[in-house]
Design a binder for this molecule. Structure first.
Ligand code: BYC
Ligand code: FE
Ligand code: FE
Length: 477
């Protein structure tokens, strides 16, 4: 069943908004609040226009349109992947029953919570990134920043649509609160830790889009499996956009590593920092930080919440249909991380067996880590290609954690439990220090001339949408 995309409407959509006056009015009253939020909390740098991709439809004939647009006039729309009328629930106690087109009353609270948490992250990331335009290393990068930001704005719209369409008064209130909480705010912070951290520089931005948007990919992947079909279809379409965000991260870090390696070779040094680059050890420290903060987004190693979500059919596993088991997991066991031993620095990291259903956060985190490894391999290839013996690595998953079994211990990047004194002594070598941050910040000088690029990263291999790197992707005012 395919629904025509309604692009002439005030709110572009493929959900038949024109046929539901009540819902349309509710969303049209939320729209100016979104516009106010975007003006106050969105990208600060003034532009005349930006070369952006806009989602205009779903399906095979092409879903996106490219062109220069005035950013406040961007058409944030509501798009769900096409409906499969025969879709069946793939897991949990309702496995084999038809997917739900309406909200089941018994799971209302859980679904609302998941949608609110997901929705909260989207505007949070825009808030975190709002000042980066002032230090963009090229117009190409500035354009990518805007692209990521408008799409995170559209992801907010996606969750707000679900809240308005299915959750009544409470949903409308939650939709309002998504604009009321702010990243880093003392009184009303964003829900999840990583989304209250700062993204003050472009290395952080690339790390964030590599590691934190990738958490988004995996969480959306599990919600795409949901028995609640409108949520599933929403997430399926969001995943399409997500691919570009991770591309920005992957190739961004590629280009930083490439430039650093170049200068290390040119100056025959281990530290390219004094030569206008970001030091390789600084890249490693930023990687350590963003990977560990993103691991916290997977929740505890064991969780009764996640077991209940799975049994109810509202949150599945990554690629549920490729799993070779009964998709109910009621009789299965799984190994999860555990910290054993007590006090006096005698603790060590082992594993313990738990009910598989409670181990699903660990399961997802494992899939995520394997994916993150592929980036590290890429970056190490760049180093090897430059003839350098240096390598980057993911730290142990217990390193610098604030959620789950590792929250109460200090773990080194190579996976040893440390006492407080040793941790304090060694941590400046593992996480960005004020000196590291100041060095990275000192390199953040804007380059707004078409075809020019900052000193600390290599230009991209290709431009956007077949355009060259030197194209005027952004017209500043
Ligand atoms: N910070 O039972 P547990 C994205 C809380 S990113 C603070 O293990 P659960 C994006 C937890 O709420 C993807 N608190 O939790 C990326 C619970 O509290 P209560 C976002 C945390 O529910 C870049 C308690 O600790 N989407 O899209 O199994 C740019 C016990 O935890 C944190 C989702 O996350 C934390 N990090 O798992 C833009 C999907 N972690 O209930 C966008 C929806 C846990 O005891 N969310 N807590 O008071 C979920 O699926 C789950 O809620 C979580 C947590 C995976 C987040
Ligand atoms: Fe998003
Ligand atoms: Fe994203």
């Amino acid at each position: 069943m395919s629904m025509r995309a309604d692009y002439g409407e005030k709110i572009p959509n493929n959900v038949g908004l024109a046929d539901d006056r009540r819902l349309q009015r509710a969303l049209e009253s939320w729209q100016p609040r979104f516009a106010t939020w975007w003006a106050e909390m969105g990208p600060e740098i003034p532009t005349r226009d930006v070369y952006l991709r806009t989602a205009v439809n779903v399906g095979r004939e092409g879903w996106a349109h490219f062109g220069h647009v005035k950013v406040p006039d961007y058409r944030w729309g509501i798009f769900l992947a096409e409906r499969d009328p025969d879709r069946m629930i793939g897991f949990g106690e309702h496995k084999g029953e038809p997917a739900w087109q309406e909200l089941p009353g018994e799971y209302r609270a859980e679904l609302q919570r998941l949608i609110v948490i997901q929705g909260d992250t989207e505007p949070a990331s825009v808030e975190q990134q709002r000042r980066l335009g002032y230090t963009a290393p090229s117009l190409y990068d500035l354009r990518n920043l805007f692209q990521v930001n408008v799409e995170e704005g559209r992801h907010l719209w996606a969750m707000v649509y679900l809240l308005h369409a299915y959750f009544g008064v409470e949903g409308r209130e939650e939709a309002g609160d998504l604009l009321r909480r702010n990243s880093g705010s003392a009184d009303s912070p964003r829900i999840l830790g990583a989304f209250n951290e700062e993204t003050p520089d472009w290395l952080s931005f690339f790390m964030f889009t590599y590691f934190t948007d990738r958490d988004g990919k995996y969480q959306l992947g599990t919600l795409k499996e949901s028995a609640f079909d409108p949520l599933s279809r929403t997430c399926e379409f969001m995943l399409k956009e997500e691919a570009h965000h991770m591309f920005v991260g992957t190739t961004g870090i590629d280009r930083v590593v490439e430039r650093t390696a170049q200068l290390m070779v040119e100056h025959e040094t281990d530290d390219a920092g004094p030569h206008g680059a970001i030091g390789l050890n600084q890249i490693q420290k930023y990687l350590n930080f963003h990977y560990s903060v993103s691991l916290d987004l997977f929740g505890g190693e064991t969780s009764t919440n996640v077991a209940n979500y799975y049994t109810a059919g509202i949150k599945g596993r990554w690629q549920e249909d490729r799993r070779d088991d009964d998709h109910r997991l009621t009789d299965d066991a799984a190994l999860v991380d555990a910290v054993t031993g007590t006090g006096n620095g005698e603790q060590s990291i082992g594993q313990t067996e738990v009910a598989a259903l409670t181990a699903l956060n660990s399961d997802l985190r494992g899939q995520y880590t394997a994916d993150c490894m592929s980036g590290v391999k890429r970056w190490n290839k760049i180093l090897a290609g430059a003839g350098l013996p240096h390598r980057l690595a993911l730290p142990h998953h217990g390193f610098n954690r604030h959620v789950g079994v590792f929250a109460d211990v200090h773990v080194s990047p190579d996976g040893r439990v440390l006492d407080d004194a040793e941790w304090e002594h060694r941590v400046p070598g593992w996480l960005p220090t004020d000196t590291d941050k100041a060095h990275v910040m000192s390199l953040m000088r804007p380059v707004y001339e078409p075809g020019k690029i900052a000193s600390w990263l290599a230009p991209p291999r290709n431009g956007i949408d077949g355009k060259p790197f030197g194209y005027e992707y952004v017209h500043l005012t």
